[in-house]
Design a protein around this ligand. Structure first.
Ligand code: 13P
Length: 251
């Protein structure tokens, strides 16, 4: 049985005070979240604050939103996997569409980052998904297959034994335009089927999250689909009550 998971991707948001209040609010409401794994992914600079606030708790792991492929050295502005690990991170988001689009991360680099996460002892949350143009051209499956194949070619199906996938249709991110539960399920089923062709057990155990304008009001229907195991939440993860409502919807 796959444990549901709800991860908050704060993106580039939050002052220290806002972030502290957000973590406090989530912690206070955790009593009502009994089954889902709740993960927080703050910006790099807020990771120490989150780590400090959550130290000693085992119910809310945290992670980075990105990492560099190198371990250390002259890479100005970058943060490595071992550095994230040193600050208690368990997870790291890899290949988010904003990284792919604004920072030109291609499939090859994303695959490298996936490996760098594992090498540092982190669990990658690998994001894949098509643009509106690609969907309208009927290329959704081809695009997510290509994105998966790059990682499969580099790390094999065994790379997915310790990983989380997030299907995030680019057109649904931050737009308020959520994929319908049926649209999302169709792609999730395709993804799981593709991986199952390589190893049924790995595919069956793999958590595939949906991301893109998930809110308290639409989460339950999305998470109710057979192959949707939770969500990767952007905007709605910045409000404790809204985020907790989404976490409860995953149970
Ligand atoms: P929104 O929930 O703000 O649409 O963002 C989704 C996302 O990109 C999470 O990684």
């Amino acid at each position: 049985m796959r444990r549901p998971m709800v991860a908050g991707n704060w993106k580039m948001n939050g002052s220290r005070a806002e972030s502290a209040a957000l973590v406090d609010g989530i912690v206070q409401g955790m009593g009502s979240v009994t089954k889902a794994e709740v993960v927080l992914c703050p910006p790099y600079i807020l990771i120490p604050l989150v780590a400090e606030k959550l130290a000693g708790r085992h119910d809310i792991p945290w992670g980075g939103q990105n990492l560099d492929t190198h371990v250390s050295g002259a890479y100005t502005g970058e943060v490595s996997g071992p550095m994230l690990k040193d600050f208690g991170c368990t997870y790291v988001i890899i290949g988010h569409s904003e990284r792919r689009t604004y920072y030109h991360e291609d499939d090859g680099l994303v695959a490298e980052k996936f490996g760098a996460a594992h090498a540092a002892g982190l669990t990658p949350i690998l994001c894949i998904g098509e643009t509106l143009e690609e969907r309208e051209a009927g290329q959704t499956e081809a695009v997510v297959a290509r994105q998966l194949d790059a990682v499969l070619a580099a790390h094999g199906i065994d790379g997915f034994k310790n990983a989380v996938l997030a299907y995030e249709p680019v057109w649904a991110i931050g737009t308020g335009k959520t994929a319908t539960p049926e649209q999302a399920q169709e792609v999730h089923r395709f993804i799981r089927g593709k991986l199952a062709a390589k190893d049924g057990k790995v595919a069956d155990n793999l958590r595939i999250l949906y991301g893109g304008s998930v809110k308290g009001s639409n989460a339950k229907e999305l998470f109710g689909q057979a192959d949707i195991d939770g969500g990767l939440i952007g905007g709605a993860s910045l409000k404790a009550e809204e985020f907790l409502t989404i976490c409860r919807a995953a149970e």
